[in-house]
Design a protein around this ligand. Structure first.
Ligand SMILES: *[C@@H]1O[C@H](CO)[C@@H](O)[C@H](O)[C@H]1NC(C)=O
Length: 374
């Protein structure tokens, strides 16, 4: 379009005296404007292809598929055809007095190992069941994964393993949104609940706007942006998490600023021990494991935690929230607010602990002892 008037001006000025040359000029100008247009179209097209490729996640390497990682753990087949990998530990389910399903957090798996003493396991006769959440480890990706689907995955797992009509659940960090979901969708299946350093959603409707904003602002700017992209423009999330121009999720960069001194101590301890199953966590691809976990968690919820009613009105069970006062990943103000609205939750704010409190043996013991004392 910009070329039009220029061609006209030149051809008008030289029309009479140099008809032939002007025609040549005209022809060459026409060719070059056409070329420019073609180059422009080419550039736009290749930009679109590039944008499409960077927005579109790479296909997952599904476990057990040709070229995919091998299946090495027991798995159940869910009603929708997906497989879910699990791990049992503690006493056998036949002799167990308590059955506890452990729900792992972000970038973790069924192989997470908690410092639970054998004495406690024997004394209370505890059976533990952990599983790879959809897309993690050896569990199939679930493109329609959501807050709700995580609760029904847990219910189907419990039913296929015949652990009985009721069970305890414990969710850690990001693994807390499946717990809120169980409280909402399958409360009749629960006999006790612990949310440990639980995930908070900055766009829960129940939160006063000021509280959400202030809590979000306590995070590193790059993490604020990451959660905002996940919530507002989920279709851009794959690009956001893989681009190199802006910093995205701090934990993926190995940024240690998100840990308080107590957390750093625990990180040091953990990194000196064996890391069983660590290499399998993301083996099916970052998108279906990590990125989709954030997308599912920060999507718009169908309910608010404050909509939930006490699942144990007869006091035959209890719901606990454990929050470290020094936690830099989960702002405690939001959990305090939830607690005010849901006073039947037992809130444990540990003064001298951070986000990794469950990996401190004495605190871990406290979490399980409280859970099993209705
Ligand atoms: C575990 O937590 C307790 C209570 O907060 C604290 O006194 C203790 O020092 C912690 N232990 C380790 C190894 O961090």
């Amino acid at each position: 379009m910009a070329e039009g008037p220029r061609i006209k001006k030149i051809s008008a000025a030289s029309a009479r005296a140099h008809t032939r040359r002007s025609n040549n000029n005209r022809a060459s100008f026409k060719v070059s404007s056409k070329m420019i247009a073609q180059v422009a179209v080419g550039l736009v097209a290749s930009f679109l292809v590039w944008a499409y490729l960077s927005i579109k996640p790479a296909p997952p390497k599904v476990c057990g598929s040709p070229g995919g990682p091998p299946v090495t753990s027991p798995r159940i087949k869910l009603r929708d055809g997906r497989y879910l990998a699990y791990k049992e530990s503690g006493v056998s389910k036949e002799e167990a007095k308590y059955k506890i399903i452990l729900v792992h957090g972000f970038d973790s798996s069924k192989d997470l190992s908690l410092p639970i003493s054998q004495d406690l396991i024997k004394e209370r006769q505890i059976y533990f069941l952990s599983f790879d959440r959809a897309g993690y480890g050896e569990s199939d990706p679930h493109p329609a994964r959501s807050v709700k689907s995580e609760a029904y995955d847990i219910q189907e797992l419990a039913d296929q393993l015949h652990i009985g009509p009721k069970f305890h659940i414990v969710g850690i960090s990001m693994g807390a949104y499946p717990i809120w979901s169980c409280l909402r969708y399958i409360p009749h299946r629960l006999s006790g609940v612990a949310l440990v350093v639980p995930f908070v959603h900055y766009w829960w409707r129940c939160l006063p706007a000021e509280l959400s904003q202030q809590s979000l602002k306590k995070l590193l700017v790059q993490d604020q942006r990451t959660f905002q992209v996940a919530h507002y423009t989920p279709w851009l999330f794959n690009w956001w998490m893989t681009q190199k121009w802006f910093r995205s999720l701090s934990i993926m960069e190995g940024n240690m600023d998100i840990f308080c001194s107590q957390d750093l101590e625990i990180v040091k301890q953990l990194s000196s021990g064996p890391n069983i199953g660590q290499e399998k966590i993301r083996q099916q691809g970052l998108y279906e494991s990590l990125f989709r976990d954030i997308l599912a968690g920060y999507a718009k919820w169908e309910f608010d935690p404050t909509d939930i009613v006490d699942p144990f009105p007869n006091k035959d069970g209890s719901v606990h929230i454990w929050q470290g006062y020094e936690d830099r990943i989960i702002p405690l103000e939001i959990n305090r607010f939830i607690l005010k609205k849901l006073p039947w939750i037992r809130y444990h704010e540990v003064p001298d602990a951070g986000h990794l409190l469950i990996f401190n043996a004495s605190l871990c013991e406290a979490v399980f002892r409280e859970l099993l004392n209705p």
